[in-house]
Ligand binder design. Sequence first.
Ligand SMILES: [Mn+2]
Length: 352
Amino acid sequence: MAYFRVLNNQLAKLYSLLNKSENWLILINADPDAMASALALQRLLRYKVKSVHIARINTITRPDNLAMIKKLKIHMRTFEPGMLEKYQKFAIVDSQPHHSPLFKDIPFSVVIDHHPLPHKDNMPLLAEENVYDVRPDYGATSTMLTEYLYHAQIRPGKYIATAIQYGIRTDTGTFGRQTTEVDLRAYHYMIRYADQNLLTQILRSEYFLEWLPYFSKAFEKLRPCGLGQFTYLDDVESPDILVVIADFFLRVYGLKYIVVSGTYDKTAICIFRGSRYNLGELAQKSFSDVGSAGGHKALARAEIPLKLLQSKNKNLRIDFRRKTRKKETHEQIEAILFATLKQNGSAKQLTQ
Ligand SMILES: [Mn+2]
């Protein structure tokens, strides 16, 4: 039995599209799987065409994605419609033409992806000679590109191999439910070429230096609240920081649940994380009367406009302008959130 599915047809088709006089552009919505797939396709084309560049349509903000770009020396352009005229051929990986209006009018010659097939109205009108390889049963597009490299008898360099491993890990949630046997085989095949040190460095790039003061505040203000733990971070630059810190607390053994709260603009936000009690219900019971609140058992969120929070405590005097918001205002917001969550977070109130 072959190590990977036989690809003679697709590979022959791909090669028949290539010639030395054309410049290729690979378009992606950059995430680890997309970047790894683009690198692999770039490697497949590199010596058979005039030039091949990668362009992304999105901005990258996650620290692990930035670490991947830096450590694996990934060169990408930022997509602008004006750049299309410099290229004669276009490919898209880990995404499909109907996924973004930016892709819509580009005449793709190659589409390689693992997302669901489009509704027939969205089916791209690709000519017979083009490569259209969409396999929703694969956990990652990186796995598909591993098959192409293997059959093309290209030995991947360490940067491409490491990128593919990280792409597969990310899209399968580290070999969770989405994983298929072929994803594992591709990952295993790349072990001999990848650099495990680089992979570990990327995996560990979870936080930004600017986030650390929020961590120190979170630890400083952490205290028991009902059966769980609670912390309040005053004003935050973005609600995402509350999510990052709440996720961090999931690593603590014996913690029943965590509520990380803070104020963003004119809204108090609570992020709930845990695995034992129904936190969607806790969020709802606590705050659905004054804001939007809910979620799943293990992961929930509440957003309460400060104006409405006042209705929980008539004595609350809130300064709605962030710049002049005083320490006392935050103490009052924190006190209301804490009291409400404590009341609903007892053994009697919580359900499993
Ligand atoms: Mn993917």
